[in-house]
Design a protein around this ligand. Structure first.
Ligand code: PLP
Ligand code: COI
Length: 339
């Protein structure tokens, strides 16, 4: 293979050797198939194409200093994919199938796991789609579960450096009782225009507010929001945000650092009071936030005075990535080794 420049990988698609597929037909899952094609053969009336029956996941594996490949908290992703399936009437992927599929895909593509110290990782993308044909609005009776991997660098090109964000009051990503709590494609389609506005204005991402009142912070594009003040880790409680596994992990780490954790509505004005703000997720890891501009009022919330990540965000980042890469012990049982 042409050698990849591991240290400057973007967060993007790179072709690997194999992916795996499994079909759900006649009420049951079939055998896992290994494929080297990047394409799928799909019925033109598949519900995924017309009615958005589609959910995906995102996980990473890391190469340790010891040459071992570490998979982070896959069981949480498996659980979330079941919640997504249930939310939009798709067949659920059982844990053992999910596990076997991601392990097989990583094992078959070991040469794409970025080396220790490169800052890059192998991103696993499980995908579940309605593949059966319907023309009326109705769930499919056939599904395709597919897993591919791709080596990735940082999601925000700045990496672990402070970025500027923009609050949108023009667009909502998810309705209060809609599908914001699950990882379905429609939420991302709904976020594209707001993200484009933010990017064109030079912001790294967009902060969505609660759709009902526009008073509280929901989440930061494809990542959860957290903030630090008074030895407390604060993160929004909202029915329309995706329950982030990295956020959950950071809450645990913060508690073990002796901090308080508050999961509650976070009013926009509270931004003036935080010492540190960050966006967190599998792709984003932690993205420290320097400033946030409210699109409609023009008000700027200046979070950090200089261009460095805050001290607590740095500790959280180092503990999390230390566990992921094996530089630090894993007291929580979050890591599974891929043989
Ligand atoms: N919020 C959204 C909308 C996301 O797409 C993601 C990415 O998965 C996250 C938050 C972060 O979730 P996790 O930490 O489980 O990757
Ligand atoms: C992730 O963090 O895994 C994501 O899915 C974010 C984005 C690439 C959709």
């Amino acid at each position: 293979m042409e050698t990849l420049d591991w240290k400057s990988l973007p967060f993007g698609y790179i072709k690997t050797d194999y992916n795996v597929r499994c079909y759900y037909r006649n009420g049951q899952w079939g055998e896992l198939e290994i494929s080297s094609s990047e394409y799928i053969n799909l019925h033109m009336a598949a519900t995924a194409l017309h009615y958005g029956q589609e959910a995906f996941e995102g996980m990473k594996v890391f190469m340790g200093k010891d040459g071992q490949i570490r998979l982070f908290r896959w069981d949480e992703n498996s659980r979330r994919m079941k919640t997504s399936a249930e939310g939009i009437m798709m067949a659920e992927v059982p844990d053992d199938l999910f596990h076997k599929a991601i392990l097989t895909t990583v094992q078959m593509n070991k040469r794409f796991v970025p080396p220790y110290g490169s800052g890059a990782s192998l991103y696993i993308r499980p995908l579940l789609i309605g593949s059966g044909a319907q023309v009326g609005v109705k769930e499919a009776s056939e599904y395709l579960f597919l897993v591919f991997v791709t080596p990735v660098g940082p999601y925000f090109k700045e990496g672990f450096r402070p970025v500027n964000m923009m609050i949108t009051r023009t667009y909502d990503r998810a309705a209060p009782l809609g599908t914001g709590y699950i990882k379905v494609g429609g939420n991302y389609a709904a976020s594209l225009r707001a993200l484009d506005v933010a990017h064109k204005k030079g912001y790294a991402s967009v902060l969505f507010l609660d759709a009902r009142e526009k008073k509280y912070i929901d989440e930061a594009g494809p990542a959860n929001f957290f903030a630090i003040k008074n030895n407390t880790y604060v993160t929004p409680k909202s029915k329309s945000i995706l329950p982030s596994i990295i956020n959950k992990s950071l809450q645990q780490i913060a508690k073990d650092m002796g901090m308080n954790v508050e999961i509650r509505p976070v009013p926009v004005e509270e931004l003036d009071t935080f010492d540190e703000v960050g966006a967190c997720g599998t792709a984003a890891v932690i993205s420290p936030v320097r400033s946030i501009v409210d699109e409609s009022t023009g008000k700027t919330y200046q979070i950090s005075k200089n261009d460095e990540p805050g001290a607590i965000s740095r500790q959280l980042y180092e503990k999390l990535t230390g566990i992921q890469t094996g530089d630090l012990p894993d007291p929580y049982g979050w890591i599974e080794f891929v043989e």
